[in-house]
Design a protein around this ligand. Structure first.
Ligand SMILES: Cc1cc2nc3c(=O)[nH]c(=O)nc-3n(C[C@H](O)[C@H](O)[C@H](O)COP(=O)(O)OP(=O)(O)OC[C@H]3O[C@@H](n4cnc5c(N)ncnc54)[C@H](O)[C@@H]3O)c2cc1C
Length: 469
């Protein structure tokens, strides 16, 4: 028997169901990765993530070679070309079955359906990206949850009752092989700040669990601190699985924290948010098609303010916490969760710009860009999503800055014009700058927050007067 494993967003050998099952019965196993640079571009994904993908692919190549499995990278421009390519590849090499872990976006699901139709051999598809499989948690009426809290309750009950899977690295299939270096073509920005490979991810996970897991609830909201795990780039490409996160937590705490208030629960809850958005993406394909979760919010009258959008992208809004966050994103490809919420609220509720433009900008710059969480986060902030922030709750960027970067340490790191501004005025620095550093070059606020807030509320109030769609 000959089995082919098709790696996609699951670049690891540990806890990889497709790889594990393909190797289980003693079959001869080979692996492929299909690069589709045109599709990558169409999905608007970031050059820094492409570089990280390329480096992680090489790390996977080395690990597979160690297990005696060869990895080949094939290239097509678009997903549409994949079925024919695979059919030919499989037939030429006489494989008996194809193994893969499921991907969730609508384009990926359509591609996989077309592949299944084009092949004459069995395609075995597994859940490799969630602790609890998509579609298996439903309300009493059999629908997907639309609100997070009951979803989380149900998720916790399931894991408490049934535990979670953790598959080991498969046994070696033969002698270690030599492997030739792999690299992806196309535009790339260096991701060297992030060590590649699942050993690096596992080390970061272990370190986080030892040093920060217990205090995560208290530390996670302060961008100047190292209070969160920074594991999102690894989870996004599947270099790390969520089951591995659970296993590391359990090892550190001796048991999983199933109840609010237990140490580590807040971090577990974030992993459940990750799964909530993934389950939603499967249940509501419109989320993959740039559509709002709440259909009535499609009628919101967003502003086409290109100048405001540019100022936001470049960190030139005159709101220090927003500017620091956006400049950090531009320079590093990563942003702290509290800041993602602040800048997303600012774009949609202060500048009244369509959340889709922010979502696309994030996707094109983030090293951890990932459709489910990105779409979920943006629709949450904009008030158009499942269990979104209530529309009248508009973050005040100055008070958010005061609460979560009180001394301005994060701001000073990213906005050099504000380096000498004292803490007590750092969140509204203009008068101080005008007095002490005329000609400082830091922009005046591009909007008046109080007025912008009222306008945002009025935009949503206007929806109530419309006929239901
Ligand atoms: C507007 C907006 C856009 C976002 N875009 C993305 C994105 O493209 N990719 C992405 O991975 N996350 C995204 N998030 C979620 C979150 O901001 C990041 O996952 C988190 O900042 C990553 O840092 P960390 O690994 O240190 O997370 P930790 O706080 O250590 O959390 C552990 C893991 O849980 C998951 N997670 C944490 N918070 C969330 C959340 N709110 N929603 C979904 N999953 C979560 C991530 O996989 C994360 O790595 C977005 C949030 C917002 C508000």
């Amino acid at each position: 028997m000959r089995h082919l494993v098709w790696f996609r967003a699951d670049l690891r050998v540990t806890d990889n169901p497709a790889l594990y099952e393909a190797t289980a019965g003693g079959a001869e196993v080979e692996a492929i990765y299909i690069d589709s640079p045109g599709q990558w571009q169409q999905h608007g994904r970031a050059p820094i993530q492409r570089d990280f993908l390329s480096r992680n692919l090489q790390a996977l190549n080395e690990q597979l070679a160690h297990l005696g499995i060869s990895l080949t990278v094939l290239t097509v421009d678009r997903f549409a070309e994949v079925p024919a390519l695979l059919a030919e590849w499989l037939e030429e090499r006489q494989f008996d079955a194809l193994y893969a872990n499921r991907e969730l976006g609508i384009d990926e699901r359509r591609r996989d359906k077309a592949v299944q139709q084009a092949l004459t051999i069995p395609c075995r598809v597994y859940n490799g990206d969630c602790v609890v499989d998509h579609g298996s948690l439903t309300t009493r009426s059999g629908d997907m949850y639309k609100v997070f809290t009951p979803f989380a309750k149900s998720w916790l009950a399931r894991v408490r009752a049934s535990g979670y899977r953790f598959l080991p690295v498969p046994a070696a299939q033969g002698e270690p092989q030599s492997c030739t270096p792999l690299g992806l073509s196309g535009e790339r920005i260096s991701s060297e700040e992030w060590p590649a490979g699942e050993a690096a991810a596992a080390e970061r996970l272990a370190q986080f669990c030892q040093s920060s897991l217990r205090d995560y609830g208290e530390q996670r909201d302060f961008p100047a601190e190292n209070g969160t795990s920074s594991l999102s780039p690894y989870l996004a490409l599947g270099v790390l699985s969520p089951n591995q996160c659970l296993a590391a937590m359990e090892y550190e705490l001796e048991q999983l924290p199933f109840s609010r208030g237990e140490p580590g629960f807040v971090w577990l809850n974030e992993l459940i948010w990750r799964e909530f958005y993934r389950h939603l993406l499967v249940a509501f394909p419109r989320l993959s098609m740039e559509r709002a979760f709440k259909p009535d919010t499609e009628a919101l009258q967003w502003s086409r303010d290109d100048q405001g959008f540019r100022a936001w992208c470049e960190g030139q809004t005159g709101y220090p916490i927003v500017d620091a966050a956006m400049r950090c994103l531009a320079q590093t490809g990563w942003m702290h969760n509290r800041l993602r919420m602040i800048v997303a609220s600012f774009l949609t509720k202060d500048l009244h710009i369509d959340w889709r433009r922010g979502e696309a900008w994030f996707m094109s710059t983030l090293i951890d860009g990932e459709l489910a969480a990105n779409n979920g986060g943006w629709q949450w902030a904009a008030g158009t999503g499942a269990d979104a922030a209530p529309y009248f709750r508009v973050f005040n960027p100055s008070t958010q800055g005061e609460r979560f970067d009180t001394n301005g340490d994060f701001i000073r790191r990213w906005v050099p014009e504000l380096a000498g501004v004292p803490a007590k005025v750092i969140h509204a620095p203009h008068d101080w700058l005008d007095t002490h550093h005329p000609g400082h070059g830091y922009p005046k606020p591009i909007v008046d927050h109080a007025r912008a807030r009222l306008h945002a509320i009025a935009m949503f109030d206007a929806l109530k007067d419309r006929e239901p769609v």
